[in-house]
Design a protein around this ligand. Sequence first.
Ligand code: CP
Ligand code: NVA
Length: 301
Amino acid sequence: MAVRHFLTLLDLDPLEAQALIDRAIHLKRQHKIGDVIYEPLKNKVLGMVFEKSSTRTRVSFETGMAHFGGQAIFLSPRDTQLGRGEPIEDSARVLSRMVDIIMIRTFEHEKIERFAEYSQVPVINALTDSYHPCQLLADIQTYVEHRGSIAGKTVTYIGDGNNMCHSYINAARLFDFKLRVACPQGYAPDAEIVAPAADRVEVLRDPLTASEGADLVVTDVWASMGQEDESAGRARAFDNYQVNAEVMAQANDDALFMHCLPAHRGEEVTADVIDGPQSVVWDEAENRLHAQKALLEFLMR
Ligand code: CP
Ligand code: NVA
C-alpha cells in the first residue's frame, strides 16, 4: 500500500478528516481518565526536523509519541548535515530507512513535497511557508468540542493571507464551512489556493464586514517566521486588522476566538479578546497534542 503523507489537509478526504477529529476527542478523553495504557506506537520512532522555532509543535509531537509508547528524535539543521547542504532527497532516503515516521517544519512548501517523494515512511507537515495543517486539526477539534459540528458555520480569518490562512481555506473545503478572509491589499491569500474553494471562501478588505455574524473569529501574527525583516512595514499595513472588542461585537454572541499562538497582544489581537471569555486559545494549543496523536495513529496504521 502506498505511504500516506500529510502535507496539506487535502491529503485527507472529508470522512477521514471527520473520523480523525472524533478520534482526537476520544483519545483526549481516554488520556484524561488515565486508566488505560494505550501504546500503539511502541518501539516506533518519529524523526522531527525543525528548520524554524517551535514550542507547541515540538512538545506536542514528543509528548504524543511518549504517550503512545514510542520515541521522538529532534533534528535541527544546526547540528545535522541538512544544515550543511546535504540534498533533501538524500536526507529523506536515509532518515526514512531508520525512523518510522517523519515530521518537518521548514520554509518552502516545495521542499517538504520533495522530501516526501523520496521518503519510504509517512511525512507530516509541521508548518511550511504555505500551510500549517496540523494546527487546523487542533482548531477544528476545539470548535467541535465547544460548539459541535463546524459544517455550515461561518468562520472569519482576519490578517495575513499566510500559511494559517491557506490552511483555513483548505479546511473550509474539507469540513464544509464558510470562510471570510479580511486582509489588506498586497497580503491576500494565494489565488491558486482560493480558486478551488471559491464556493466557500470570500476575500474581503474590511474586517468589520467580514466578522458580521461569524461563529468563529481567527487571526495570526502579522509577520511570520522568516519575515522578521518586514515587521515594521507589515505593522503599518495591518494596523486596521486587529481583532478587538469592536470586531468581536460584529460576530455572533456565542462566537469563539482562536489564534494558533504565539500571539502579540496589542498587535493582531487585544488582550481583552485573547484573555477574554470567547477565547479558547489554551484548549486550542492543548489539542495539538490530541489531534496529532490521532494523526500519528492514522498514518501509522
Ligand atoms: N502554533 C504553533 O505551531 O506553535 P509553535 O510555533 O510553538 O510550534
Ligand atoms: N504564521 C505563523 C504561524 C506560527 C505557528 C508563522 O509561520 O510564523
